[in-house]
Design a protein around this ligand. Structure first.
Ligand code: G6P
Ligand code: MG
Length: 483
């Protein structure tokens, strides 16, 4: 059994699609495989998903699959010669009418006509994640005229953001809608929505997900300035989602890198308070694209996210296109375990002084309070349908492992994202009622997770089906005869 609590999400791509590499990644600790719908074909995604499921099953591991929708990232069109080099002070234009494949040193086409309407004189545009910066000097009906403030190379299809955010493209494109169907067909466990502006965008995604027949949990990527403008906007988006991602790439471009660290802490805190999962993403081990070892700054970044109590840390290009995908997972795993030893990862002040809204929530949180204050407790068993009860539990800081006992494949995979939660397949409905506790504890004993004499907490409900029914907490001693 793995003692690491923080989970690792890794993006799959050309560097991580062979069975050999994927197997090493899964053995090294991959918990959630991310399929990036911005790249690759449906067949490639299907093949990767199948490999992940086969290899995980072979090793008795539970790996969730997350599909990440491309979203309305606004991009420039192409250059006649693929790439240009811009210098500070150069004039440059973005044009709605210029031919799409014939950009020059002076002008390039744009995919998104409303950019011209949305921008005004004085706005700063950030290209290629902020590597090139321009100021808008004039606007016409079909062009933006700009001056280059920070020069550099600019190549085909690079993204454009505006400093301060506010570009209004709707969050779900025609491609995203098709990819939601693909995700449903592939039975993905999570679906990440890119650039949602507000709760309404997530509600639309949820409706499309339902229509497609998927039960994937929806992750809102927090990457627009509007999403973090105030607590109301952020909490609205969080509440409309099942989880969030601190999508530091685009978010950093929109709000500036200086405020990013503080905002990361706030997003994580708000997600947890609202009983949602949270992933911290982008450039966590960026130098490992080329190097087998992370820098001290990267180690510090991952550890900091762990101390912020993120559920998961994520690899992007490091695992999708880098030279060291397996080493990157190993490095992350090592850093997580190290950071988790810090006392702030164990003590909890979660929602002290606040009210709870539900009886299962109250039971789950009581279980965690007991686990954290009764040193004999070595494990928590949570019987669950959907994963909801262990999700609530894992919002609380603790060093006691939480075991989600569920008969359902999708729940077994889903909980792989939750910090401190591991899966044990278990079907209480298949047992006589008076044997359930004993069998559940025996599962832990069989796996050497607990020993005779240890204490274990078990939560369940009165019936063994239907989510939301948790109403019982038992404190059991391993070795006693239990009912
Ligand atoms: C299991 C228990 C039920 C409980 C349910 C909670 O099925 O046996 O008694 O109601 O889990 O599921 P949830 O999805 O709310 O965590
Ligand atoms: Mg992004």
């Amino acid at each position: 059994m793995i003692s690491r609590r923080t989970k690792i999400v890794a993006t799959l791509g050309p560097a991580s699609s062979s069975p050999e590499v994927l197997e090493k990644m899964i053995v090294a600790g991959l918990d959630v495989a991310r399929l990036n719908f911005s790249h690759g074909t449906p067949d490639e995604h299907r093949a990767r998903a199948q490999l992940v499921r086969d290899i995980a099953a072979k090793h008795g591991r539970f790996v969730a699959l997350l599909g990440d929708l491309q979203g309305p990232k606004i991009r420039i069109a192409k250059f006649a010669n693929k790439r240009i080099e811009l210098a500070e002070g150069d004039s440059f234009r973005f044009s709605v009418t210029h031919p799409r494949d014939a950009g020059t040193q002076e002008v390039v086409g744009i995919d998104y006509p409303d950019l011209v309407k949305d921008c005004s004189v004085g706005d700063e545009l950030l290209l290629d994640d902020g590597r090139v910066v321009m100021r808008v000097d004039a606007t016409t009906a079909d062009e933006l005229h700009c001056t280059v403030l920070i020069g550099g190379p600019l190549s085909d299809n690079k993204g454009i953001n505006r400093r301060g955010g506010g570009l209004t493209a709707p969050a779900l494109t025609a491609k995203d809608k098709a990819d939601i169907k693909l995700a449903a067909d592939m039975n993905l466990d999570y679906l990440a929505v890119s650039f949602p502006r507000d709760a309404a965008d997530m509600e639309l995604a949820r409706r499309l997900r339902d229509e497609a027949g998927s039960s994937a949990w929806l992750i809102a990527k927090i990457e627009r300035a509007e999403a973090v403008a105030d607590d109301e906007a952020l909490d609205g988006l969080i509440r409309a989602s099942d989880g969030v991602m601190v999508a530091r790439g685009d978010l950093g471009v929109e709000i500036g890198d200086a405020e990013l660290v503080g905002i990361q802490k706030k997003i994580i805190l708000h997600a947890r308070r609202n009983n949602k999962v949270v992933i911290t993403a982008t450039q966590m081990m960026e130098s490992m694209i080329q190097n087998p070892m992370p820098t001290r700054a990267e180690v510090s970044d991952v550890a900091n996210a762990v101390l912020d109590y993120t559920d998961a840390v994520m690899l992007s290009a490091e695992s999708a296109a880098g030279e060291y995908p397996v080493e990157a997972i190993k490095a992350m795993a090592r850093v997580c375990v190290g950071a988790e030893k810090h006392p702030t990862s164990i003590k909890s002040g979660h929602r002290l002084g606040q009210r709870f809204e539900r009886s299962d929530e109250s039971t789950a949180l009581a279980a965690m309070y007991t686990a954290n204050h009764f040193p004999g407790v070595k494990a928590i068993i949570s019987l669950t349908e959907s994963g909801y009860t262990p999700l609530i539990m894992s919002r609380i800081r603790s060093s006691v492992p939480i075991f989600a006992f569920s008969p359902h494949r999708d729940t077994q995979a889903r909980v792989a994202m939750f910090r401190g939660v591991q899966t044990i397949p278990f079907d209480p409905a298949a047992l006589p009622a008076d044997k359930v506790s004993q069998s559940a504890v025996d599962e832990l004993l069989k796996r050497n997770i607990v020993n005779v004499g240890d204490w274990v907490i078990l939560t369940k409900g009165d019936t063994y089906h239907g989510t939301g029914g948790t109403n019982t907490m038992k404190i059991l001693r391993v070795g006693d005869s239990l009912t």
